[in-house]
Ligand binder design. Structure first.
Ligand code: ATP
Ligand code: MG
Length: 340
């Protein structure tokens, strides 16, 4: 097969004027693209580099591909940016791996995703959304549980998330929200801070997906209130220990699996995803967010690290995602054939 690769490289995305220094944090490196291409070629396919943005638009019209392996984050500050590339592919009738535009858009919008997963019976920290300065001025924090945690409503890669995002008082909340509104130019979500273990879950496949692993992220130096912040993600090799399988009580692990599968289903994820949870001291896993386009950097991506820890090679991981997509598409083709 000829498999197209869609991706947005850090160096190809224009540096946004006056934006925070972490504005391009989510975008990929050539190292990731080459690793995926190598894995795809290792399966006997041709890897066609389509890129993102206008490069992608030009190349997808010029190249004939049988399937696209999509990791494109999309451009701009839009909450639906991750839906851009899959939307074009659907318009052109080109099949692709991973989740569809609706899922990618609603999962990037964290408050919307939380509403859906809580409706499906998954615990998620209490939250409040502040859209602008006027709403901030009117907000009543009197009943909001403290400490709280503030983050941009539609970002990833811990953009806008620092150790200082944990907030102990109303004035601290107000100041943090003000700063985030100004710098990230999008709504801000204030959440109840869950003081406990940090866990990320890898899922690959469909109906139901397979849990690749449950990985606990631990600080190397003991800290009172660990946050998997931007600073920590950038310096992960010296600051973190990744424990997979996570050494947690069996009941907690079962709840994490149950919640992950429910959230995957409720949000309509496809082929693969990574979900983040925090576990409260009384053992309840709280859903933080899902990444239907989890980072795939072969060295630093959480999902590739997890895969390695459970004995998969990077090629195994990419193959599993590809197979999930092919199986899903094959199944669909058979279904529609049957209906006709
Ligand atoms: N309510 C919360 N309570 C405690 N810690 C939190 C909470 N929300 C976020 N965090 C901390 O901040 C980190 C980043 O938050 P989150 O996963 O929502 O952001 P992200 O930028 O989408 O992450 P990713 O890099 O996985 O895309 C979490 O992994 C966790 O350590
Ligand atoms: Mg996260």
């Amino acid at each position: 097969m000829r498999i197209g690769l869609t991706y947005d490289l850090k160096e190809r995305v224009p540096e946004p004027q006056g934006r925070p220094e972490d504005a391009l944090e989510e975008y990929d490196s050539m190292e990731t693209v080459e690793a995926i291409a190598k894995a795809i070629e290792g399966r006997g396919h041709a890897a066609v580099r389509l890129g993102g943005g206008r490069d992608f638009l030009n190349r997808i019209l010029a190249e004939k591909v049988d399937l696209v392996f999509n990791i494109a984050e999309g451009l701009g500050n839009f909450r639906s940016r991750e839906a851009q590339v899959p939307s074009v592919l659907e318009m052109l009738g080109v099949p692709y791996s991973g989740s569809d535009p609706l899922c990618l858009a609603l999962t990037l919008e964290k408050p919307l995703a939380k509403r859906l997963v809580s409706f499906a019976g998954v615990a998620t920290p209490k939250w409040m959304v502040i859209r602008d300065a006027a709403q901030l001025a009117e907000a009543d924090w009197g009943v909001f549980p403290l400490p709280a945690f503030a983050k941009p409503a539609h970002e990833g890669s811990s953009k806008g998330i620092r150790v200082t995002s944990r907030l102990k008082s109303t004035p601290q909340i107000v100041e943090a929200v003000k700063g985030l509104l100004e710098h990230y130019r999008q709504p801000v979500m204030v959440e109840e801070f869950i003081d406990g273990d940090e866990v990320t879950v890898g899922l690959v496949g469909n109906s139901p997906p397979r849990v690749v692993g449950i990985m606990r992220v631990l600080p190397r130096r003991k800290t009172d209130h660990f946050v998997y912040s931007l600073e920590v993600k950038r310096d992960w090799e010296s600051l973190l220990t990744y424990e997979c399988p996570a050494q947690l009580a069996t009941g907690v692990l079962q709840d994490i699996v149950d919640y992950s599968l429910r959230a995957f289903e409720a949000l309509g994820c496809r082929d693969f995803a990574r979900m983040d949870f925090r576990i409260s001291p009384d053992g309840i896993p709280y859903f933080l967010e899902v990444n239907p386009l989890p980072g795939l950097n072969p060295k630093s991506g959480d999902l590739p690290i997890m895969a390695r820890k459970v004995g998969w090679t990077y090629e195994d991981l990419i193959s599993a995602v590809l197979d999930a997509a092919l199986q899903r598409l094959g199944a669909k083709a058979q279904d529609s054939h049957r209906i006709q």
